[in-house]
Write a protein that binds this ligand. Structure first.
Ligand code: 13P
Ligand code: SF4
Length: 349
């Protein structure tokens, strides 16, 4: 576990991280991407970290891959590439850098390491987990195979390398339906997200059986929340992530992965939109879409929120928190992830 007191003293000895209004102003081009959601006072505090990280990235030949759930100062301030789980995994293979800092949760860093074993992959906080990844082990996959002999196992990328290695193919929320439909089997096992599986089942002709895992962020929404919100705020477009329960998705106007949500709001530009997903999603696109009023409650992912500018700077400075995956496990997991990437490319996703 990172010791925050040590971390802060190590950083302050090596970098000038004092809040500076002059520095904040000189970095106005970056601030303008988030000035609707980050206060000027917060920016004065963030700017020295953003400057230090961006300089250190060059020195270390590093890039930062940021998931769409990162806070705006990480998403706009220091990330070289941002996207959903599939886009990040595909980008990891393309980037020409020795070091990749994964601004996201642990399973994403593991996927990056599996795809890029020759690169150093750093995780700003090793404890940034995921309730879905914690819900299943490789034994769970074998249990499902024993129950449904011969059925292929499609595993969400939100899992550990062992679980991926025990599966036939991976999926993300942006390709799950297409991957399931492309498999040559009437019955398909989906793990570990029961809601993603049920949402896919509602659109597919396949018989889908699933593991009972769930995302602690998306399972909190109820269909009644959406009905009430619509009644109290007529005209609001409700946009849900497919990790939400199926009755929530049924109540929404659109459902898609985090990048699918961004594309929908960017194309449609509704006057008012409620994003039924993690809180940072709306914050990250608010400045690009001034005509859209993002309204309504959101839920915070406690794992994603473990990542901060301070921890990113620290791992880049010390090169600690290297993500390692045993090569025997990585080999099996790579097959499942690569099959997903190849199929996604073939399907033009
Ligand atoms: P996507 O970005 O693939 O939609 O995934 C959402 C998520 O919960 C990642 O943890
Ligand atoms: Fe896991 Fe849900 Fe957090 Fe994504 S939002 S990392 S699925 S707990």
């Amino acid at each position: 576990m990172l010791d925050l007191v040590n971390l802060r003293s190590e950083l302050s000895e090596n970098y000038d991280l004092r809040p500076s209004a002059a520095l904040a102003e000189s970095m106005g081009d970056i601030y303008r991407k988030m000035d609707r959601v980050v206060t000027p006072l917060d920016w004065v505090n963030f700017a020295p970290y953003v400057k230090a990280i961006n300089e250190l990235k060059k020195k270390r030949n590093a890039v930062i891959l940021g998931h769409n759930y990162m806070t705006p100062e990480i998403y706009h301030g220091v990330s070289d590439f941002v996207g959903d789980s599939l886009q990040i995994a595909m980008k990891a293979q393309e980037v020409d850098a020795e070091v990749i800092v994964q601004a996201g949760v642990h399973f994403m860093a593991e996927t990056t390491k599996i795809l890029c074993p020759e690169k150093t992959v750093l995780m700003p906080d090793m404890e940034a987990g995921c309730s879905l990844a914690e819900s299943i082990t490789a034994d769970g996959i074998e249990e499902m195979r024993a129950k449904y002999p011969g059925a292929p196992v499609v595993t969400y990328v939100n899992t550990t390398a062992d679980v991926k290695a025990a599966s036939d193919i991976c999926c993300t929320s942006s390709n799950a339906l297409q991957i399931v439909d492309a498999l040559d089997s009437d019955t398909v096992i989906m793990t570990p997200d029961q809601y993603l599986a049920q949402n896919v089942a509602n659109q597919s002709k396949k018989n889908i059986v699933y593991w009972p895992g769930s995302c602690i962020v998306h399972e909190q929404y109820t269909a009644q929340d959406l009905k009430d919100f619509r009644e109290w705020n007529p005209g609001t477009r409700l946009i849900a992530h497919p990790e939400c329960p199926p009755d929530v998705v049924a109540e929404a106007d659109f459902s898609g992965s985090t990048s699918g949500i961004i594309k929908y709001v960017t194309d449609e530009k509704p006057e008012k939109a409620m994003l039924i997903t993690e809180c940072s999603m709306a914050s990250n696109i608010a400045d690009e879409l001034p005509e859209v009023d993002f309204v309504g409650p959101c839920n915070m992912c406690p794992y994603m929120k473990k990542i901060s500018l301070e921890k990113i700077l620290y791992v880049l400075h010390t090169m600690e928190n290297k993500v390692e995956v045993d090569e025997a496990v990585a080999e099996g997991a790579r097959l499942a992830v690569q099959k997903m990437i190849d199929m996604s490319r073939k399907l033009g996703l």
